[in-house]
Design a binder for this molecule. Structure first.
Ligand code: ACM
Length: 538
């Protein structure tokens, strides 16, 4: 059942989840005298397999490596490898207080090495022993993911932005790791509430920690248009001028948007931009009267209903508009995908919906991009190579599920975002002060405990390109709100996307997840302390 209403409950009682800053990478190296190395503590190093997402293979053993004031980060002579080295140094310097120079060449210390592995474009090998830690990967994305693993092998206090005592031990042994799926996404709805470039960057940093590699931005909806389009300027200046609840909204200039794309790229995430069409378009319809079949612009909308707006499928100007928007957006998009929405088009007839998608999908291809659409796209004819993002529920009709499965058998790729599993805007329980509940309550175990490989009956496992955790923002308007709804569910979805099915085990996962709590505290992430997870005592 698709909801027609998404009216937030308890809007009046939105809690103020502890707002806090995050220690972002980029802090300056600590000047002056480095602190003396503390004596080696009896405290054991974090076991190599206590990482989220679970590594594909772990061979623990041998002497731990200890990061000290003399440690160097050694990188191959490549700009990309050096960049990953600098990122690692930025993470480690504030809390260790060490200089950690990034230098080229071999030797003891932390080594980031580009080299042949059989672990794919994103995989890496991490070897740790007495004289150092070496991360080897085919490409910079693999080095970056290896660095995230190394980060989690260090004590949670490594995430603090002031000098901590250490010691900084990395357990001995070898990890060989690579992702199960190439598409490991998170979506942020910046339309219902606008989020600034810095707020988006904060989320990107959180996603990177869990090896998420796609940031889907829901850039337009009934309540707001969030990206400047030169050929249709009122979309942003007028259509972006409000949001749910009537606040001031906002939009990204092209320079802002490029900065988001650049920052995401520096964390090895690809931005998947979405312009939702033909429904969810009130902000555009309000900005340009000619886009409406009756030529009359509706008022801006600040409520939370869905399904009441549609571009005018029979007008040529609609396709001029779509062409201009997709052209300008594709030019800002280094990634492969462009998402055209297609959900909840309740005010578009089926015939019009099919005609619209038949005309719009080739425009995406014309500008060199691959179509992604919400799974309703499978009710039209998905373009060759298109991905359908499935957001159904257990209770979705067999007919609708079969339509998606049939498209998958026919070559349409699937990204799985079942709303009653991975919609991060669903309340955890009836008492969750933020979020919606039309897909039910989604506690941490429920969001983790399913297998993307055999989730949708009748869809071949090979059609599944990955998973994505969408965060709709009808009730979410601050970074503290994002933190509270994403954590601890987001890391579980990231694990479903990365880790081999053979590692899937709730009882083991919840222990690894619990160990992340202190890390989030050090990062200033206010999370939901689910009673399902054995968190360390506060
Ligand atoms: C959706 O939740 N309407 C994709």
């Amino acid at each position: 059942m698709r909801p027609r209403h998404r009216t937030p409950r308890l809007l009046g009682s939105l809690l103020l989840v502890a707002a806090a800053g995050i220690s972002v990478a980029g802090a300056a190296p600590v000047a002056g005298a480095a602190p003396a190395d503390p004596p080696a503590a009896a405290k054991a190093a974090t076991p190599l397999d206590r990482v989220v997402p679970a590594p594909a293979s772990v061979d623990a053993g041998g002497t731990p490596y200890r990061i000290t004031s003399g440690t160097r980060i050694r990188v191959d002579d490549s700009r990309e490898a050096r960049r990953v080295g600098e990122y690692l140094a930025d993470v480690l310097r504030p809390s260790t207080g060490y200089r950690l120079p990034v230098t080229s060449g071999g030797g003891a210390g932390i080594r980031l090495k580009l080299g042949a592995t059989s672990l794919g474009a994103e995989g890496y090998r991490l070897d740790s022993g007495k004289s150092g830690v070496t991360i080897t990967a085919k490409g910079p994305a693999g080095l970056f993911h290896g660095v995230q693993t190394l980060r989690q092998l260090l004590p949670a206090s490594v995430e603090e932005d002031s000098v901590q005592p250490g010691p900084w031990l990395v357990a001995g042994g070898t990890i060989e790791d690579q992702p199960r799926y190439g598409y490991r996404g998170a979506m942020l709805d910046v339309a219902r509430h606008f989020f600034t470039v810095d707020q988006v960057k904060r989320y990107i940093d959180q996603l990177a920690l869990y090896k998420v590699n796609k940031l889907h931005l829901h850039l337009s909806d009934d309540q707001g248009w969030r990206l400047a389009i030169d050929s249709w300027p009122r979309l942003a200046t007028y259509g972006g001028s409000t949001q749910v609840g009537g606040g001031p909204g906002g939009y990204y200039t092209k320079a802002d948007y490029k900065e988001i794309v650049r920052y995401a790229g520096s964390r090895h995430l690809e931005v998947v931009p979405e312009i939702d069409m033909p429904g969810h378009t009130n902000a555009a319809l309000a900005s340009y009267a000619e886009l409406n079949c009756d030529g009359v612009a509706p008022p801006l909308y600040t409520g939370t209903e869905v399904g009441f707006s549609s571009l005018c499928v029979s007008k040529d100007v609609t396709y001029d508009f779509v062409d201009d928007v997709i052209r300008e957006l594709a030019a800002l998009t280094p990634g492969k995908y462009l998402h055209i929405g297609g959900d909840e088009a309740h005010s578009t007839s089926h015939e019009d919906y099919v005609a619209f998608m038949d005309r719009v999908q080739p425009v995406v291809a014309k500008y060199g991009k691959t179509v992604v659409g919400w799974h309703q796209l499978t009710g039209a004819t998905p373009a060759k190579g298109a991905l359908a993002q499935y957001w159904g529920l257990d209770s979705t009709s067999a007919e609708e599920k079969e339509r998606v499965a049939a498209a998958a058998r026919n070559g349409t790729g699937l990204v799985l975002s079942p709303a009653d599993r991975v919609y991060l805007d669903m309340k955890y329980t009836k008492d969750t002060p933020l979020g919606l509940d039309w897909a039910g309550y989604v506690e941490v175990r429920r969001s983790y405990d399913w297998d993307p490989g055999n989730y949708l009956a009748g869809a071949p496992g090979s059609a599944v390109q990955g998973v994505e955790a969408p965060l709709w923002t009808e009730t979410v308007s601050t970074s503290a709100h994002i933190d509270y709804m994403a954590f601890p569910r987001l890391p579980g979805v990231a694990e479903l996307g990365w880790s081999p099915a053979s590692t899937h085990d709730w009882d083991a996962y919840k222990v690894r997840l619990a160990a992340q709590g202190p890390r989030w505290e050090a990062l200033g992430i206010g999370y939901y302390r689910s009673p399902q997870v054995p968190w360390p005592a506060e």
